[in-house]
Every structure is written in structure tokens, then in C-alpha cells.
Design a protein around this ligand. Sequence first.
Ligand code: ZN
Length: 217
Amino acid sequence: MINICFHGVGTPQRELEPGEDRYWVGTGQFHQILDELSTWPEVRISFDDGNVSDVTDALPALLERELTADFFVVAGRLDTPGSLDRDDVRALREHGMRVGTHGMWHRSWRGMDPVTRERELVTARTVLAELTGGPVDLAACPLGSYDRVVLTHLRRLGYQRVFTSDRRRARPDAWLQPRFSVMQPDTPESLRTEIRVKPGVVRRAQAGLVGVAKRLR
Ligand SMILES: [Zn+2]
């Protein structure tokens, strides 16, 4: 399984964090990449940060291509300029998209004191669950940052899947799901060669070995 993660599409409508612009893609670029991904059989798409482009750009583009995606929303940014409002999150759900939590304030989940941890891992999730009218059991670690303590807390709180940004393939049924983030310079070709084809070479080699084994039998 290949997990692909987008952040923002088009022009940001809020002040970005330092270095965050590297994760924003242009509208045309986004459509081209989505066309490419729609030909990949083993891909799962997600959107982090709850930017308003999730509903203005991503949602219509996904529906056009009959794709679904997971949206990891920052609960503390709801209803603020440039981010999703509550109706937007409901609209995502109503159109068959999954909504997960990306915490309350988009801070690293490493080294949290108990009060912060409660706010980030429990309260943020409750806000989103009340909003969508269903359980929220997917989480994406803000800034791709986590450690064993973070994972232990997430497991104990009953999260069903936890998404990171470790740029590796994932086993479809694994609890921890590494993702590849799309970056500003990416193109359909760069994703194809850097993500899809490289591991495919290994797969083809393995397939070749299976062929050899069969012939020897
Ligand atoms: Zn994020």
C-alpha cells in the first residue's frame, strides 16, 4: 500500500508555519497528480491540516475521479480564516470522506505534559466526533513527529490507525501507516519514479525469483 499525503492546494488563506509552503501544491499540479494517483491500484490518499482547500479544491477533484480520501483536521483551527469550518467537515463526511484528528493546535505530540496530551489526543478527537456524529479513530501525527510514548498513548486511547510521514510503503492492515507527503516541486513523473517504480523494481525481481523457483520444481 502506498499512502500519499497532501497538505494545501492553491493559494494559502492563512499565515503558514515556517517551511510549510514546501508542502503546498498548485491547483493544476494537484489535478495532474490526482490523475496519476487514480491509475495506481494500491494507493490511499490523505489531506492534513484542515485547510479550506480541502473543500474548495480537494473534495470536488476527488468526487470527479470517484476517489475517497482521509482528512486529518486540526480541531483548534476550525472556523478560523483559511481553515475548514464545521459545515465543511460535515460536508466531507456526507460525501463519503473519512475524517481523522490531527490534534488541537498542530504541535508535536512528543514530550507533552498530561494536560496538553489530554487536549491534543482526547479533546480534539471529541470535538471532531461530535461534529461528524461518529467515532473518530484515525489520527495523523502533526509534523510527522512521534515516539514510542506517543504511540503507546494512541494505542491505549483506541485509535484504529495512526498515520506518520515516514516515506515508506505500508502494509494495508498495519496499525502504523507511513505516508509519502507530496512536496511543492513534485510532478506525476517524480512521484511515479520516486515512489511507485522504485519499490516495483524489487517486486519484479521477487516475481522473477518465484518464476525461477517454479521452473526448478
Ligand atoms: Zn500537519
